[in-house]
Every structure is written in C-alpha cells, then in structure tokens.
Design a protein around this ligand. Structure first.
Ligand code: ADP
Length: 209
C-alpha cells in the first residue's frame, strides 16, 4: 500500500503514521524527520535547511523531491510506504505521481484551536522519536521518555511565530492538495480530533486495514 498522510501541522500525522507503520509493516517516511536528521548530522543538506525549518517555512521543492526520490528508492520502500509531510505542494505531488503513484491519501481534518493546543504542548524523545504532550500525554517523569529513557526536547519550530508561519504555508501551499487528490479519486478525509486511539479507529475504517 502506497499511502500519503495529509493535514496541517499538528494534525497527528506523525503519531498516526507511527501507529499505522507498526501495525501494517510499512516504512514511515517523514520528510520533516529526514530534514531534522540531516541537521543533526550536519550534512550539506542539513546546513542548507536548518534556518528554513526553524522559521517554519517550506524547503524548496527541488531539495525535497530529491530527498524523497532517494528514500523511495531504498529496498524497504519497494512494496509500500506511509508518507508523512510529503507532498506539501502541487509540484511535489506531481513529482510523486511520476516516481510512484499514490494509492490512498488520508486527509486529517482538525480544527485550528486543536492544532495550536497540540503544538504548543508538544515534546519529543531525542532518541526514539516518541511524541508527548504536556497535558494530554505527559511522560511519567518530566523530560524523560517512558519508552527508552531518552531526553525530551521541544522542536525549534514549535514556537508561536514559527507555528503561525507553518499554518500559513499549509493554507497557501498544501491545502490545495485536498482538491487535487480528490480529483484523482484517491482521497479519504477523517476527523483527526480526539485521542490517537480514537483517530486510529477512524483511520482503520476509512482505509479498511
Ligand atoms: P509539521 O507537519 O508538524 O509542520 P514536519 O516534521 O512534517 O512538521 O515538518 C517540519 C518542517 O520540515 C516543515 O515546516 C518544513 O520546513 C520542512 N518540510 C517537511 N516536509 C516538507 C516538504 N514536503 N516540503 C517542504 N518542506 C518540508
């Protein structure tokens, strides 16, 4: 199954993609995670995109498409994948169709106030990537991952100004993809509010997995 998770920042794409990846045995491919890894490892790509991510702007299409083309060429991506955070522009969506046509696009619909609430309380494990929320999903020990004991951090783009920039980029450049994929007949929209388990049930029904 070749699947795309679409939705605004904070819609829960990353959380749900991790759950679906585990239960379906498909690789979870997040362009945001790939960029953050490049930044952490101080690669050439990482140096180019560090400031862009911190501000909450989109990385240019040529860099993003080259990155995903390489990742989708790996052995584990032959039979299927869950793309989280790609495509984000119609240029990227067109490129993806020519690399490997998408079979299902799951659009996570979440109200603006939920997005802000989720993003402003978010922290992430540096070692295993598990996502926490200060109010709805706090770790047992503050600042420490329940799963692996790694340190938790707040993403540099989870500050109010960068969140606003990311939401604007979503509205202007990514939201038109809902209609784009709708025309292709590949789109299902699910309610992304509530707990991860509640959203997962809706996802499983909508995608019949
Ligand atoms: P979120 O969906 O919560 O904003 P991501 O981890 O998906 O977070 O993305 C973080 C940042 O990585 C984006 O704000 C952007 O700078 C960059 N990025 C990720 N995916 C793309 C993409 N497909 N095109 C351009 N930039 C991207």
């Amino acid at each position: 199954m070749k699947m795309v998770f679409l939705g605004p920042p904070g819609a829960g794409k990353g959380t749900l993609a991790a759950m679906a990846s585990k239960s379906m045995g498909l690789p979870h491919i997040s362009t945001g995670d790939l960029f953050r890894a490049a930044i952490k490892n101080e690669t050439e790509l990482g140096k180019k995109v560090k400031g862009i991510l911190a501000e909450g702007k989109l990385v240019p299409d040529d860099l993003t498409i080259a990155l995903i083309r390489e990742r989708l060429g790996a052995d584990d991506a032959r039979d299927g994948w869950i793309l989280d955070g790609f495509p984000r522009t119609t240029g990227q969506a067109e490129a993806l169709q020519s690399i490997a046509p998408v079979e299902l696009v799951v659009n996570f619909d979440v109200p603006d106030e939920t997005i802000l609430f989720r993003l402003t309380g978010r922290s992430i494990c540096k070692d295993c990537g598990k996502i926490y929320h200060a109010t709805t999903m706090p770790p047992a020990r503050e600042g420490v991952c329940d799963i692996c004991g790694g340190p938790l951090y707040v993403r540099s783009d989870d500050r109010e100004e960068a969140i606003r920039t990311r939401l604007n980029a979503y509205r202007e450049q990514t939201e038109p993809l809902i209609a784009w994929y709708g025309k292709l007949g590949k789109l299902v929209t699910i309610d992304g509010s509530g707990s991860p388990d509640a959203v997962y049930i809706r996802f499983a029904e909508a995608s019949r997995v």
